[in-house]
Design a protein. Structure first.
Length: 548
């Protein structure tokens, strides 16, 4: 007997699956099972001619293709029905997986040691963007560019801002997490800490003090990440903040020292600056050092223009905390200088939460930083154990985590779903925002691609001129021989909106000429993409407004 797995396309209901089964089972010596949910057929047959099998399905009006050997993962009859799935964590990756697996019929156990919902809704994306938006509006009252409008600061009621922020956090946690559990009987929440006893057994130290064990068919590790704290002398003995404490701080410090040049460092550093703090930022390298250098340089200029002091390529030698004059303060020794401040925010990156769950004992491979190594199907080095989100070697972005979680559930229940990150957009929520997609010119050349780039400063974008806000630029990278768009780097107001159009252009393998030929609304910031694309062949300074 021969065993094959076929990808079936064109099915629209369970009856379609039964029709395909009937066609295949009509072949002598054949036993076929077809899953509508997974668009797969498992075929055992005496027939050794796979082309004949494909023709039978195609003659019935459906598409069919043979899965390659490395795609022939265990087939789950009827999707995930009767499958037991355990998920460690309850953030975006965990819930995305739980919802999809439950839809496929699996019985899902979510195991959470802390607050339901993970980082994003509780202590990450949601509260930080609320705080950043409030700070932006406070800044505009004293620093808007329009003549004839009074620039006058207003008293900031931190308690009221914080109350509003946390109320929205609770509202979203209820709507997007708690309510889903209440309305889905296939998902069960267990409060406790999970660890592997062996590859097939989880031990849960439950919140009520007892130990429980689970033997699931599939496991997803979605434990997220926490702030990485450098081993700087004295730091551990001080009451420093991470982003978690900073976002719920009752008071705005008079002088905030930010240790780090990361996304969190620049976002929260600018927010506190605009809410009234004096801010000193200390970076070991440059700002946003993993991105195109022009982005960090441009952002640094904008932040310094607002009054932030920034020390780059600086080494923090020692941190202390104690009474100075009439109050306790931090003292930071940096390259021969001692900087005193009321509060210290450590924002030097994030590390995966993988140390305490026993993954080494079951043979799951990790990187030097503890990130779980996964393939494009979110599989670890142990066949039935998957991982998704910030605890893996994928980018630490909430929408990557959610997409990975959904695809994990598909793969757990017999399907075939990969996660393509080649056109992944990313945004830093500063003002102006930083946004990227694809590769930089240097990265393209490192891959052996002959590339060229163009930079359009915002004084060439009509909307930026109308806004009296021309800080920043748009940069496009293209393959020299074909003009195919390879990447975009943006430092501009509304950069987070601009970058999605660039991502779609990359996704569709557009050339810069194709982008230049598109119609863009006038006056919009995204029109800057068209103008930048035009600079590959024309001088846009010599064009009239919205010239095509």
């Amino acid at each position: 007997m021969n065993a094959y797995r076929l990808r079936i396309t064109g099915m629209t209901c369970e009856q379609c699956a039964r029709s395909v089964e009937k066609v295949l089972n009509a072949l002598p010596g054949t036993d076929a099972r077809v899953s509508y949910e997974n668009a797969l057929a498992q075929v055992e047959t005496a027939c050794g001619d796979t082309r004949h099998l494909l023709r039978l399905v195609q003659a019935a009006g459906y598409g069919a293709s043979l899965l390659a050997d490395d795609e022939r993962r265990p087939f789950t009859e009827g999707g995930g029905r009767h499958l037991k799935v355990a998920i460690i964590g309850s953030g975006s990756a965990a819930f995305a997986c739980a919802i999809r697996a439950a839809e496929e019929g699996a019985q899902v156990t979510l195991i959470e040691a802390g607050t339901l919902g993970g980082t994003c809704v509780n202590v990450g994306c949601v509260p930080s963007k609320i705080m950043i938006r409030a700070a932006h509006l406070a800044h505009l009252t004293v620093a808007h560019p329009f003549a004839g409008l009074e620039r006058r600061g207003h008293a900031i009621d931190r308690a009221a801002l914080l109350s509003q922020q946390q109320a929205r956090v609770e509202e979203l946690r209820q709507a997007k997490y708690k309510n889903i559990l209440d309305n889905n009987s296939n998902i069960n929440l267990v409060h406790g800490r999970a660890r592997f006893l062996d590859a097939h057994t989880l031990e849960i130290a439950a919140a009520e003090g007892c130990l429980k064990t689970l033997r699931p068919d599939r496991v997803l590790i979605a434990t997220g990440a926490t702030a990485a704290i450098p081993p700087t002398p004295g730091l551990a003995h001080t009451p420093y903040w991470t982003s978690t404490e900073a976002l719920v701080a009752a008071d705005i410090p008079k002088h905030l020292i930010v240790y780090g040049g990361s996304v969190v460092a620049v976002e929260l550093g600018q927010a506190f600056l605009r809410l009234g703090s004096r801010v000193t930022l200390i970076a070991r390298s440059t700002l946003l050092s993993k991105l195109d250098p022009a982005l960090g340089e441009g952002l640094q200029a904008a932040l310094e223009q607002e009054g932030m002091r920034i020390l780059t390529h600086a080494i923090v030698n020692k941190v202390s905390y104690g009474r100075q004059w009439l109050r306790k303060r931090f003292s930071i020794e940096v390259d021969g200088e001692t900087i005193h401040g009321d509060q210290l925010l450590v924002a030097t990156g994030r590390q995966p939460n993988t140390a305490a769950i026993g993954i080494a004992e079951v043979g799951i491979k990790t990187t030097a930083t503890g990130a779980i190594v996964i393939d494009d199907h979110m599989r670890t080095t142990v066949e039935h154990i998957y991982a998704a989100g910030d605890c893996t070697n994928q980018p630490q972005l909430v929408y990557v985590a959610a997409a990975a979680g959904t695809r994990t559930a598909v793969n757990m229940t017999g399907g075939d779903a990969t996660l393509d990150l080649c056109t992944l957009p990313a945004v830093v929520f500063t003002d102006p925002p930083v946004a990227t997609v694809g590769v930089t010119e240097a990265q393209a050349r490192a891959r052996g691609i002959e590339a060229e780039s163009r930079i359009l400063t915002l004084d060439n974008v009509p909307r930026a001129l109308a806004n009296f806000e021309t800080r920043g630029f748009i940069k496009l990278v293209a393959e020299r021989a074909t003009g195919r768009l390879l990447g975009a780097q943006v430092l501009a107001a509304e950069g987070g909106e601009i970058i999605q159009s660039a991502a779609l252009a990359l996704r569709n393998r557009m050339s810069v000429q194709g982008l230049a030929d598109q119609l863009f609304p006038y006056l919009t910031m995204v029109e800057g993409l068209k103008l930048c694309a035009q600079t590959f062949t024309r001088d846009v300074k010599q064009l009239s407004c919205c010239a095509g």
